[in-house]
Ligand binder design. Structure first.
Ligand code: GTP
Ligand code: MG
Length: 197
């Protein structure tokens, strides 16, 4: 897919105020600081479209970006950020889960997982929740430039094993780096296939 245009549409905290669900939509989610906003910028080749930061907790709203005037990319706040209050965490949880569960135009949830880490319980639990809700998802391993390909493959294999404890098969997955564009064509190709129906 060639990305001809990418524009910011709106930020929201209320599911009722989201853009009309008339175009296919893909939501990027994962632990705080995993690289969601950076990956979005890499996919659309526009640095600074989605706000990134070294400090976790940067993205706090549901952000809609319109791509090629016919599909939405959605940047979400990260989960598992330790330094926020319990009540804020619960608010996050309610609001994001309501969005994911109710959004009829959502085609696929893109779950980002840090390729440098051993499987994290919070990521596996989140995938299990998506499975319970019957939502389609894929795994996007991020920051692959930060270590050897062997190390990445080892962590991918461990994550697969973790998922296969509850799922019959591994969903599609992608190894990516926002730094050197690894996985860009694959992720965009996957989205293109779904959009074409
Ligand atoms: P929150 O919005 O806080 O949940 O974070 P996020 O998941 O959107 O992460 P963000 O894209 O802001 O990136 C967090 C940090 O990781 C930033 O310092 C990025 O520069 C860095 N980063 C993200 N992706 C990559 C990558 O592929 N390679 C490298 N080396 N650094 C990355
Ligand atoms: Mg972000």
């Amino acid at each position: 897919m060639i990305v001809k245009s990418a524009e910011f549409i709106c930020s929201n905290t209320q599911v009722s105020k989201l853009p009309a669900p008339v175009m296919p939509e893909y939501a990027f989610i994962g632990r705080s600081n995993v690289g969601k906003s950076s990956l979005i910028n890499m996919l659309v080749s526009k640095k600074g479209l989605a706000k990134t930061s070294q400090t976790p907790g940067k993205t706090q709203l549901i952000n809609h970006f319109l791509i090629n005037e016919n599909w939405y990319l959605v940047d979400l706040p990260g989960y598992g950020y330790a330094r926020i209050s319990k009540s804020k965490k619960e608010d996050w949880d309610k609001f994001i889960r309501a969005y994911l569960d109710k959004r009829e135009s959502l085609q696929c949830v893109m779950v980002l997982v840090d390729s440098r880490l051993e499987p994290q319980k919070i990521d596996l639990q989140f995938c299990n929740w998506l499975g319970e809700k019957g939502l389609s998802f894929v795994i996007i391993f991020t920051k692959a430039d930060k270590q050897s390909a062997i190390k990445t493959d080892q962590n991918v294999a461990k994550f697969k094993k973790g998922l296969l404890a509850t799922f019959e098969e591994m969903p599609p997955y992608f190894i990516t780096s926002a730094e050197n564009q690894t996985g860009r064509d694959e992720v965009l190709g996957f989205i293109d296939e779904i959009n074409k129906g």
